[in-house]
Design a protein around this ligand. Structure first.
Ligand SMILES: Nc1ncnc2c1ncn2[C@@H]1O[C@H](COP(=O)(O)OP(=O)(O)OP(=O)(O)O)[C@@H](O)[C@H]1O
Ligand SMILES: [Mg+2]
Length: 256
């Protein structure tokens, strides 16, 4: 079943065509990697798909739990924002966009759970602790503010906050940047389990082709706002059809 479908999506920022004619489907339980050089439009595409930025061409269709299809930009903005707090999760490249820096880490997660409809203080507290543990954040930092966290800790807190409401789809923009390899492996494992056992669908933007290779079932390669190549991960990375993908693969995987 498709959970997110893009049809001919386009968006300009001023004179820059940051996204052009993007069409694809993301299925339940599927993990899709999005790769491409800086400025190729990865963040723009993710924000369009999550209903955070309005496209100037095309549409995004969300496949709801009961099988209904919602055209993301035909529903009221309030309904889109509610989706983003409940059924969708979004981990921003810039943690300042995704966290409230002046309230505690636990408070950040609690806020999301309350928005998602949780009403029991005890359940909120237990859930916040559970998710902090899953992303390997020390429980004794539950009451610290994210502004006191390192970059890697902020990244983990954003992931915890966005998984806490058990969304159906999570958008992750460079989620493992700045993480130690061992913590990164834990996070990738967590996403893998959530996807295979609980049907979570994942859209993952990453500069790191190794991360894309380890986690994603399919990969889309972006250049100048367009998807220039897509397919099953091993096919795209081991046998790229486009010279640009070959360059990406040889320059990044070749160094590893
Ligand atoms: N709010 C904005 N206003 C003006 N231009 C923008 C804006 N957001 C993005 N752009 C431009 O759109 C293009 C795509 O940007 P985008 O952030 O989507 O790329 P990206 O692939 O996520 O890059 P990176 O890997 O550096 O995060 C770039 O040329 C960027 O400068
Ligand atoms: Mg980006």
């Amino acid at each position: 079943m498709e959970v997110i479908s893009a049809r001919g999506l386009g968006k300009s920022h001023g004179r820059i065509r940051a996204c052009e004619n993007v069409t694809f489907d993301l299925h339940e339980s599927e993990i899709m990697g999005i790769v491409g050089e800086s400025g190729s439009g990865k963040t723009t595409l993710l924000k369009l798909l999550a209903g955070m930025t309005t496209p100037d061409a095309g549409e995004v269709i969300y496949g709801g739990k009961d099988g209904e299809k919602l055209s993301m930009f035909d529903i009221p903005q309030s309904a889109r924002r509610k989706l983003l707090r409940t059924e969708l999760g979004f981990v921003f490249q810039n943690p300042e966009e995704g966290l409230r820096m002046k309230i505690s880490a636990g408070g950040n997660i609690a806020e999301r759970l309350l928005e998602g409809g949780e009403r029991s203080y005890r359940a909120v507290r237990e859930n916040a602790e559970k998710w902090l543990e899953k992303v390997e954040l020390p429980l004794d930092r539950l009451d610290s503010k994210p502004e006191e966290y390192s970059g890697g800790m902020k990244a983990r807190l954003q992931i915890a906050k966005n998984l806490a409401t058990e969304p159906r789809v999570v958008f992750l923009d460079e989620p493992t940047a700045g993480l130690d390899v061992s913590v990164q492996a834990k996070i990738l494992d967590l996403l893998r389990v959530l996807s295979s056992e609980f049907g979570l669908s994942v859209l993952l933007v990453t500069h790191d082709l190794m991360v894309a290779k380890l986690l994603s079932h399919r990969i889309m390669v972006m250049k100048d706002g367009r998807v220039i190549e897509s397919g099953l991960t091993d096919r795209v990375l081991d046998d790229p059809g486009e010279p640009y993908t070959q360059l990406l693969v040889s320059s990044i995987l070749g160094d590893a």
